[in-house]
Design a protein around this ligand. Structure first.
Ligand code: HEM
Ligand SMILES: *[C@@H]1O[C@H](CO)[C@@H](O)[C@H](O)[C@H]1NC(C)=O
Ligand SMILES: *[C@@H]1O[C@H](CO)[C@@H](O)[C@H](O)[C@H]1NC(C)=O
Ligand SMILES: *[C@@H]1O[C@H](CO)[C@@H](O)[C@H](O)[C@H]1NC(C)=O
Ligand SMILES: *[C@@H]1O[C@H](CO)[C@@H](O)[C@H](O)[C@H]1NC(C)=O
Length: 325
């Protein structure tokens, strides 16, 4: 479906008005740096991100996923950025978390004009908002800022949900972060962009739960398309689009239609459309919701999980290391 530019503008306007009257979470606020830097640091981040996106559009899904992984482990405190022998980014679910160099470039650009003021955690949130706009017809949500950076990053703290988590357990995991089941269904719509490695869903194609058969919830046609890409005894390093529709590099509700047609790639994606706990929410989004603005609102909520504000934490000089002195 091609959306006319008039209706896209109308959708976008509704969205912007809505976000001005929207909720604030915690002590974060829109425009936190407005009085603190002589230059518009958000615009600087936007420029850096747009330049990187032009070189490699796959940084859009990469940054959206980075925000999820940062916020779900010890809150949105940029702990995922810290280098070291045993930091979060070395834990197995890091597989394919990418985009660290984009955050570094944005941080360098911001430090050059307003040193020691802008947190790395906020740069992740700003950059995520910027890639969102780039794959959402220019519609931007107002990003909240005022986060401070954490100093602890340990691989053993990484307890991200597995792609084989049940809907019930996933709801509980999101609830522990203050996010509702509805928030969770919107946020999993992040899987409308980006890719998954075969190793994370290969079991569904051949020997699902030791039955010797494919996962019966997967559309047999999809399974037949995926098997040549993900051969049974391969290393599983090939990738496929998480959203199998042709619009999969843009934010759209196509993900929800795909999972209703049993074309979910990850087990949790498929279960979302089948489990009575979430099925009606999925149907409601597919049919009625203004998904693209609701997804933005859910990202704002995700960006407020267990944040450090005020005098907590620090403003890192380099996003990859805690300050020394
Ligand atoms: C129960 C919760 C979730 C699970 C189990 C999950 C699992 C996964 C897995 C297994 C992958 C593939 C990674 C790979 O192959 O390297 C993936 C990719 C991705 N996830 Fe999730 N995810 C969840 C929630 C979210 C949320 C809340 C977001 C953001 C709003 C998100 C955004 C993404 C994106 C954008 C990608 C593609 C990354 C890329 O192409 O670089 N996910 N997820
Ligand atoms: C990682 O461990 C090695 C060997 O133990 C050590 O030489 C190195 O300094 C460590 N790196 C960091 C960043 O801590
Ligand atoms: C991600 O985790 C794997 C497995 O633990 C590790 O080998 C790899 O170095 C990690 N990647 C990064 C960027 O730290
Ligand atoms: C659903 O999740 C809750 C909270 O984690 C747990 O107490 C309950 O046993 C789970 N129910 C099932 C059927 O797994
Ligand atoms: C994959 O490996 C299993 C066990 O090692 C073996 O039984 C099976 O025949 C292999 N399948 C293919 C397609 O090579």
């Amino acid at each position: 479906m091609k959306i006319s530019s008039t209706s896209a503008v109308a959708l976008c306007l509704g969205f912007i008005l809505m976000s001005f009257t929207g909720h604030c979470y915690g002590q974060l606020q829109v425009g936190f740096y407005r009085e603190k830097c002589l230059v518009d640091v958000e615009a600087i981040v936007t420029q850096v991100v747009a330049a990187k996106f032009n070189e490699d559009p796959t940084i859009a899904p990469a940054l959206i996923r980075m925000q999820f992984h940062d916020c779900f482990v010890k809150g949105c405190d940029a702990s995922i950025l810290l280098d070291g022998n045993n930091t979060e980014k070395t834990a197995p679910p890091n597989l394919s978390v990418r985009g660290f160099e984009v955050i570094d470039a944005a941080k360098d650009a911001v430090e050059a004009v307003c040193p020691g003021v802008v947190s790395c955690a906020d740069i992740i949130s700003m950059a995520t908002r910027d890639v969102f706009a780039l794959i959402n017809e220019g519609c931007r949500y107002d990003v909240q800022t005022g986060r401070r950076d954490g100093s602890v990053s340990l691989a053993q703290n990484v307890d991200l949900p597995s792609p084989r988590i049940s809907v019930n357990d996933s709801i509980a995991a999101f609830a522990r972060k203050g996010l509702s089941a509805t928030d969770m269904v919107y946020l999993l719509g992040g899987h409308t962009v980006g890719v998954a490695h075969c190793s994370l869903f290969q079991d569904r194609l051949y020997n699902f739960q030791n039955t010797g058969k494919p996962d019966p919830t997967m559309n047999p046609w999809l399974a037949s398309q995926l098997r040549p890409i993900c051969p049974q005894n391969s290393t599983g390093s090939n990738t496929v689009n998480l959203d199998q529709s042709s619009q999969s590099s843009f934010i759209s509700k196509s993900y929800y239609w795909q999972i209703l047609m049993r074309n979910g790639i990850l087990q949790i994606d498929q279960e979302l459309a089948l489990d009575p706990l979430t099925r009606s929410t999925v149907q409601g989004i597919a049919l009625f919701s203004d998904f693209r603005s609701k997804f933005g609102q859910a990202m704002v909520k995700l960006g407020a999980v267990e944040v450090l504000t005020g005098t907590q934490g620090e403003i890192r000089k380099s996003c990859r290391a805690i300050n020394t002195n």
